[in-house]
Write a protein that binds this ligand. Sequence first.
Ligand SMILES: Cc1cc2nc3c(=O)[nH]c(=O)nc-3n(C[C@H](O)[C@H](O)[C@H](O)COP(=O)(O)OP(=O)(O)OC[C@H]3O[C@@H](n4cnc5c(N)ncnc54)[C@H](O)[C@@H]3O)c2cc1C
Ligand code: FES
Length: 507
Amino acid sequence: MADQQSPPPGPDLSQGVALSDFSGTMLLGHVGDEEVLLVRSGSEIFAVDAHCSHYHGPLADGLVDGESIRCPWHHACFDLRSGEAARAPAFNSLSVWNVEREGMQIFVRQKREQPKPRVKGAVDAPSRIVIVGGGAAGFAAAEMLRRQDYRGSIVMLSGEKAAPVDRPNLSKDYLAGNAPEDWLPLRPADFYAEAGIDLRLGTEVASIDSKAKKVLLAGGQAVAFDRLLLATGAEPVRLPIPGADQPHVHLLRTLDDCRAIIASADGAQRAVVIGASFIGLEVAASLRARNIEVHVVGLEQRPMERVLGAEMGDFVRALHEEHGVVFHLGDTVTSIEGKRATLKSGGALQADVVVVGVGVRPRLALAERAGLAVDRGIKVDAYLQTSASDIFAAGDIARWPDPHSRENIRVEHWVVAERQGQAAARNMLGQREAFDAVPFFWSQHYDVPINYVGHAEKWDEIDIDGNIGAKDCLVKYKSDGRVLAVASIYRDVASLEAELAMERAVA
Ligand SMILES: Cc1cc2nc3c(=O)[nH]c(=O)nc-3n(C[C@H](O)[C@H](O)[C@H](O)COP(=O)(O)OP(=O)(O)OC[C@H]3O[C@@H](n4cnc5c(N)ncnc54)[C@H](O)[C@@H]3O)c2cc1C
Ligand code: FES
């Protein structure tokens, strides 16, 4: 929706545009006060909402590939014919508009009735699907099962008190105080009952009996399954130091954790963030937005060097310093006595609030006890199937054969978890779809988004196009001349093109 002061952009498509005025792939216009994007694909022209249904990214700045369009911000992908959100992180369809041709003019006047997503027909079997986990992968799987017209039962068991939330927001706008809490739920509360998803919150699964095909809840109750999806995610590593159990010392994974940090931050003057990880630094940025003095203590000499390389690491450090963050690198906190955090190097920092962001561990205990094959993650095949054929795994816990890096990898990325949840859902219905999505993550520091496609645990060359300091760059991580991963700042189309090139290389 355009804001009231500024007129909607581009031509009024209801008045028609000459075909000769639409020479490129996309043309942004409007119908009434709604922004509509015309997209050319081969000989056809489609008209869809101009903004992504995830965070309203401008699709006109995205990439068209055949009959699909990809969002420049977090790489959601929409089908142009049906509007369906084909790939996470978007779940809601785009509206699709009728395109009428009259002579050499195109008119867009009316939205089409939302077509049903293309599915293979109603599916009744397996009749009982149980999902352990109410996070990214668990939610995406449940939503996709119903989108596929699966009519059997879905029980979703989540240890959290809140229904699935937009977890990445917990270290960004919500923590910074820039997003209201009602932005966080992935779907409104009544979605689950309406979709026939039996979501049981605050429910801990104690064990899995893979032979008898049931999960046992901590309260002793059993829930039977025909197919089981494990999506138990990861848990933050706790620091084994004196004072880490005080109420103003926090980890961050759940909405409750985030609310507790916000409560401690209220009236705080100085925060100590332990760990210069992605989450640690996003928390630092959000606490600076609350005008709290922030000290980041990290073992590494350069933040994010292991993932992004030295140049990006230096940039990230300088960016945070510009915003007033004070770094204590090559150092750690050895104890927290009340509001005093003692540094290993000597000295101490005042710490009205402490956030520990020193990494996460995949939650593998259920799988290990059930005898599933585990190797620094639950081992799954290309179909996300574990060593037990009725049990699938997705998200932060899954180590899968990634065709792009040609390695078995496990990552901790929101979009990967959601896309694996979607693929696992289809595979639990028997579709045999290999999971071959290119890994993608984003991170946000102040006004600077960093997008990353691919996966490079090590590289022998970094190729920088543009200028990192000027926040305009494409950084390629190469091994033996092959591009394994690409990080970018404000080079969204190039990032999407890199993703597409990696997909095509494997296809
Ligand atoms: C603050 C924060 C910010 C982040 N920002 C980004 C970002 O910007 N970009 C990005 O790519 N990634 C980001 N991530 C990482 C991303 O959120 C994870 O990769 C993603 O959530 C993994 O999804 P998942 O479904 O595997 O696990 P989760 O989302 O963690 O969900 C796991 C679920 O399993 C439940 N569970 C676990 N064990 C049991 C049990 N025994 N019984 C019942 N339920 C159980 C948990 O309660 C939880 O509901 C962020 C993570 C955090 C914490
Ligand atoms: S805004 Fe489009 S994917 Fe996030």
